[in-house]
Design a protein. Structure first.
Length: 251
């Protein structure tokens, strides 16, 4: 069943006003009176709804659904600015894999340089990508997108998290294989995790030192060296296995 995110409180009847949402509902799906869809409001609860009035874009809320598909941990992905459209790819796939927030920052070895105007335009595009991916994957929440113009602003936010992990290529090269699993298994449901990834070329030694001085822990992501757009997806998949699949299997 098609799902849509609706801004505002869940009040029945609800009038949908977003133009893009309305276009998809009534021009693409061609919804008619009586047709049913899933609506997700600001509280993240999915509700079954049916079309009351096609012309007025009104829906009646029928019931709340016990369907929570978010990761047990609130994982924020932070990537050093990558080249091309890699950030678009990361945003789409990280949303599908359960990221709570998606950040990007100007790393020492980032090739691209984006000013404030470009960052705002980029963030708007990424937000639309995340919205579409959240609807497709039946998420309860849409990841927040934040692109930092200054790295100092990004660094000032590290203290907001219960755990900060840094994917470090040198850890993988050295054969480190246990830190990621051990650290994630220690975390409790609801805790906030920041996972930092470098751009093409990785993170500089100075950045690693800065992150560690701020309490971050470096971890390896398996024996193979991953591309900048692949590493966040590996990390989210590993977290899902450790905190969702293995836990469900034990239950």
């Amino acid at each position: 069943m098609q799902q849509y995110f609706i801004k505002g409180p869940a009040q029945s009847p609800v009038t949908v006003e977003d133009k893009d949402t309305l276009k998809h509902m009534f021009s693409v799906l061609r919804l008619l009176e009586g047709d049913q869809v899933l609506l997700v409001f600001d509280d993240g609860i999915k509700r079954l709804a049916r079309v009351l009035d096609r012309e007025a874009h009104q829906f009646e809320l029928l019931e709340e659904l016990d369907d929570w598909l978010e990761l047990p941990l609130q994982v924020t992905i932070a990537s050093g600015f990558p080249k091309g459209d890699k950030l678009e790819f990361i945003s789409q796939k990280a949303t599908e894999l359960g990221a709570h927030k998606i950040w990007a920052f100007p790393a020492d070895w980032s090739v691209v340089k984006w000013d404030r105007k470009k960052l705002l335009k980029k963030a708007d595009k990424l937000s639309k990508i995340a919205l579409g991916a959240a609807e497709q994957s039946k998420r309860n929440l849409i990841p927040e997108i934040e692109l930092f113009e200054q790295k100092t602003d990004f660094l000032s936010r590290l203290g907001d998290f219960d755990c900060v992990l840094v994917a470090y290529e040198e850890s993988a090269k050295a054969g480190e294989t246990k830190s990621l699993v051990q650290r994630v298994q220690q975390l409790e449901a609801g805790q906030k995790v920041l996972f930092i990834f470098g751009p093409e070329g990785g993170l500089s030694p100075a950045e690693i030192e800065t992150f560690e001085n701020l309490g971050a822990q470096t971890v390896g992501l398996g024996p193979r060296i991953l591309r900048t757009e692949t590493a966040p997806l590996y990390a989210l998949s590993a977290i899902s296995v450790l905190k969702e699949l293995l836990v469900s299997d034990k239950a």
